[in-house]
Design a protein around this ligand. Structure first.
Ligand code: GAF
Length: 382
């Protein structure tokens, strides 16, 4: 939705005041999946799809919010016991609460918002929502919170009000995104570097399975527990290991008998993925997209067979890409449904998309959705 459209809805709902309008995007991630809660690297970029919100302080201690896409309203106070019942409103409430916990003064406001990040596609619609409100409230109330902390506010919202023990990647990308650039973030030091991403001769395209499997958040949290358990077991022998990012395969093999086979597989994936992100950074510096693509396939294999966050539909699309000679393809984001991200040579693009749509429909009864990736700016006032 454009600024004008959101303003129009705001005025229909709340009268003729003039609110401020803010926007914050979803993200893609080239490589580095399930690494961000292991102190390791990620490689995201903000995209041209996100949330847009009109917001105005209302002089009360209540929030009145309207989700345009769902045609649902929610009204809630700003105290801990005021948790709204609407799932989407918990994100806005959580952001307010996390600001308050950090000593910020949040006042009541009226707001409407809309988004075009496909839900459940692994493109971080929830981080886009959190970042929109964290950024907007910080700006409007002159809270002086730095952008890293805004990202942590979104992440804590997920932990404390949604129940997903996520890492920092999605909120970081939504807030720090820069047009035409991917960001390599070291989630241990929080150092980051922008990489211009305009691979001549290639396109980056998402294929959305349009499936989201049940229990994704509890399975996600379980993966995190496995990683933390493996890291803690290694740390008994190697105290310098704070996260799996600090561990080597040799260290993991030393404790193989002390952890479950499942935890071993999860940790192996993370250690290998950490190495892959390093190799992809080097390959990008050289403009070597064939290596980038090869690593993407390796990531898919690891996410499917070791981390077990893929599914039949994603594996199928990955297989179609491989058969078609696509340079790189893998499941993107948390997994359990959602999208594959594909690095495709220009000359293969049309035939690959047509083939993927046809074969997927023959097998699963519906076509995957196709999104061309446009790397865009992060959170901003419109
Ligand atoms: C989800 C989480 F929110 C991120 O923090 C990250 O762990 C990702 O899954 C997997 O890389 O998007």
């Amino acid at each position: 939705m454009t600024k004008e459209q959101v303003l129009k809805v705001y005025q229909e709902k709340f009268g003729n005041d003039t609110p401020e309008v803010y926007a914050s995007p979803g993200r893609v991630n080239l490589i580095g999946e399930h690494t961000d809660y292991n102190g390791s690297f990620v490689f995201p970029g903000a995209i041209d799809k996100g949330m847009v919100a009109a917001i105005r302080l209302n002089g009360t201690d209540k929030v009145r919010a309207y989700a345009i896409d769902l045609n649902e309203c929610s009204e809630f106070g700003l105290n801990e016991e005021d948790l709204p019942k609407e799932g989407w409103a918990k994100y806005i409430f959580g952001v307010c609460r996390e600001i308050v916990k950090r000593g910020g003064k949040v006042a009541g406001f009226d707001t409407v918002f809309a988004g075009d990040v496909p839900l459940g596609a692994g493109m971080s619609s929830s981080a886009a929502l959190e970042s929109t409100y964290a950024f907007a409230l910080n700006d409007m109330l002159n809270l002086g919170i730095d952008t890293f902390e805004l990202a942590r506010i979104g992440q804590s919202t997920e932990h404390n009000y949604v129940g997903v023990k996520c890492g920092i990647m999605d909120q970081f990308a939504s807030l720090f995104g820069k047009k035409g650039h991917l960001i390599r973030l070291d989630t241990k030091s929080m150092e980051y570097q922008y990489f211009p991403f305009n691979p001549e001769g290639y396109k980056l395209v998402l294929l959305d399975t349009v499936v989201k499997h049940e229990l994704a958040s509890s399975a996600y949290n379980k993966r995190r527990e496995s990683c933390e358990h493996a890291a803690a077991t290694i740390a008994k022998r190697h105290p310098e290991v704070k996260f799996l990012r600090d561990a080597t395969m040799e260290m993991l093999d030393e404790v193989k008998q002390e952890i479950s086979e499942e935890d071993y597989m999860r940790a192996k994936y993370v250690i290998e993925e950490t190495q892959r992100v390093r190799e992809v950074s080097d390959a990008l510096e050289r403009g070597d997209y064939e290596t980038v693509g090869a690593k993407m396939y390796e990531t898919h294999h690891g996410m499917s067979k070791l981390y077990e966050v893929s599914c039949e539909e994603l594996d199928f699309l990955n297989g179609v890409a491989r058969e078609h000679g696509v340079t790189g393809s893998r499941v993107m984001g948390g997994g359990f449904g959602g999208c594959t991200i594909n690095l495709v040579k220009d000359e293969l693009y049309d035939s690959f998309i047509a083939d993927a749509k046809r074969q997927f429909k023959d097998k699963f009864g519906h076509e995957p959705k196709v999104y061309d990736v446009v790397i865009s700016d992060g959170a901003r006032k419109l």
